[in-house]
Design a protein around this ligand. Structure first.
Ligand code: NAD
Length: 437
């Protein structure tokens, strides 16, 4: 079935879940298996789960939603997101609408280079050992490249070796100087941990011979700072805000820039700023079966690369346009992991319609940028609780047994009273029902 390539689907949020699935089926060209998963909730079979982890006792679910309006590198994307937090999808879809004006979000992705580390202890003659390892680079890379013929066949493989000497930190240092070898591997469409770990483990005995040291850790680094993505977007200031008033737009843009500079200067703010970026990125990564812990640790380590923890994004107003940029490492894959074995992940890949790790990284970074804009607009204007509280009020209403048509008036009245709790909601619901007789 052909796909509707537009991600702007006004009114989607007003539909019921079956209506949304039916629209998705028609417009995104999903196959039978993906539709079965979505419409019948055919989730991860227990026997598959049992092979994935130890001591398995079941599976665990999260809401799966669809973010709208995102345009990345001139292509519209419907983005599946698995998340329990309210407001994330609504905020993202709204900010993506702002960002699709003009050229939309553009991204740059580096070559997917991952780093494996081999730690060597007790190396005598550090400088000579370093020279011996560097002289043996062609032999070591050739050895690493015997291990993964599939990776070589798709154009990846070990590319370089580096030596780092981590000096002893003084008299109290319990272990002394460390000799660390980095192996740098182009992992193509894989996240790369298994591929890189295998190489690191395999090189270790030869590195022991070359250095005279004892190999200890042989493992991937999650600070994937050779595998970066930058996403850039812009919004004309006049388009910000809902009423078209240019002064309102200018004030929102100024607020976003002030919020950005706050996070650039202050680690306390940067931690929450970056959490807002990761709200979107993690939800995409979870829906697409990625190792989000790996991306999280990489993102935060990258944010602290200057020695101080900083914002991953920055926003500036120039010539009547709000410009934003986010940069972070994104170790994601379209092969390996649980990608082929998890029905929800297969459906998410079909919806997103991406075919390479680079495309997935671009979409994830673009989501991070739009999510960041959504949070900063809310924070710089009405505050984050406004949207949260509306959804919270709906949740309370549903728990009290309110019917769909009662939820709108109920949430409005609770917000008007500024009291969103079960007791007030029960009273308001009784009043609403009473006034209808
Ligand atoms: P993998 O080993 O399952 O798949 C990668 C392999 O697929 C490659 O080595 C290659 O042989 C093959 N392949 C086929 N087509 C390819 C293509 N187009 N591009 C690249 N490779 C292709 O997975 P992986 O990505 O090496 O490892 C990811 C898994 O490792 C994740 O599940 C992650 O959770 C886990 N892990 C992570 C860490 C960490 O982050 N520190 C540590 C250990 C394990």
């Amino acid at each position: 079935m052909s796909r509707d390539t537009n991600s702007r689907w006004p009114g989607f949020f007003k539909l019921s879940i079956p209506e949304r699935i039916s629209q998705l089926a028609q417009r995104a060209g999903l196959d039978e298996a993906d539709l079965r998963f979505l419409s019948q909730g055919e989730h991860l079979p227990q026997h598959t789960a049992d092979h994935m982890i130890e001591n398995c006792i079941g599976t665990f679910e999260l809401p799966l939603g669809l973010a709208m309006n995102l345009r990345v590198d001139s292509t519209d994307r419907l983005v599946p997101m698995a998340i329990e937090e309210p407001s994330v999808l609504a905020g993202l879809s709204k900010a993506a609408r702002y960002l699709r004006q003009g050229p939309g979000i553009s991204t740059n992705v580096t070559v997917p280079l991952m780093i494996g580390q081999v730690q060597l202890m007790g190396v005598p003659e550090l400088d000579r050992a370093k020279q011996r390892v560097l002289d043996a680079k062609p032999e070591l890379l050739a050895l690493a490249n015997t291990l993964d013929p599939k990776l070589i066949a798709v154009g990846g493989g070990a590319r370089d070796l580096e030596v780092r000497i981590l000096p002893s930190e003084g008299e109290d240092d319990p272990v002394g100087t460390m000799f660390v070898v980095h192996i740098i591997v182009d992992v193509r469409d894989a996240m790369g941990a298994n591929a890189v770990n295998t190489m690191a483990e395999h090189l270790a005995p030869r590195l022991e011979e070359l250095t005279g040291g004892r190999a200890r850790l042989r493992i991937l680094s999650n600070l994937a700072d050779r595998r970066l993505v930058v996403a850039r977007g812009q919004v004309p200031v006049s388009k910000l805000g809902s009423n078209g008033d240019p002064n309102v737009g200018a004030d929102i843009a100024q607020g976003v820039m002030e919020a950005s500079v706050f996070a650039e200067r202050d680690p306390y703010r940067a931690a929450t700023h970056n959490k807002g970026i990761m709200n979107g990125i993690d939800a995409v990564l979870i829906a697409l079966g990625q190792d989000w812990r790996a991306v999280e640790s990489g993102a935060h380590a990258f944010a602290a690369r200057s020695g101080r923890y900083r914002a991953l994004s920055r926003w500036r107003v120039r010539d009547g346009v709000l410009h934003g940029e986010v940069e972070l490492p994104l170790a994601v894959g379209t092969v390996g992991g649980i990608i082929e074995s998890h029905p929800a992940v297969r459906a998410a890949f079909a919806i997103l319609d991406i075919h390479s790790a680079a495309e997935l990284a671009s979409v994830a970074a673009a989501v991070g940028l739009a999510q960041n804009l959504a949070a900063l607009i809310a924070l710089a204007t009405v505050g984050i609780q406004h949207g949260h509280m509306r959804l919270h009020a709906r949740k309370i209403g549903l728990a009290l047994g309110a019917a769909e048509e009662e939820l709108g008036p109920l949430t409005e009245e609770l917000q008007r009273r500024g009291r969103i709790d079960s007791e007030t909601a029960a009273a308001v619901l009784a009043e609403l029902r009473g006034s209808r007789g």
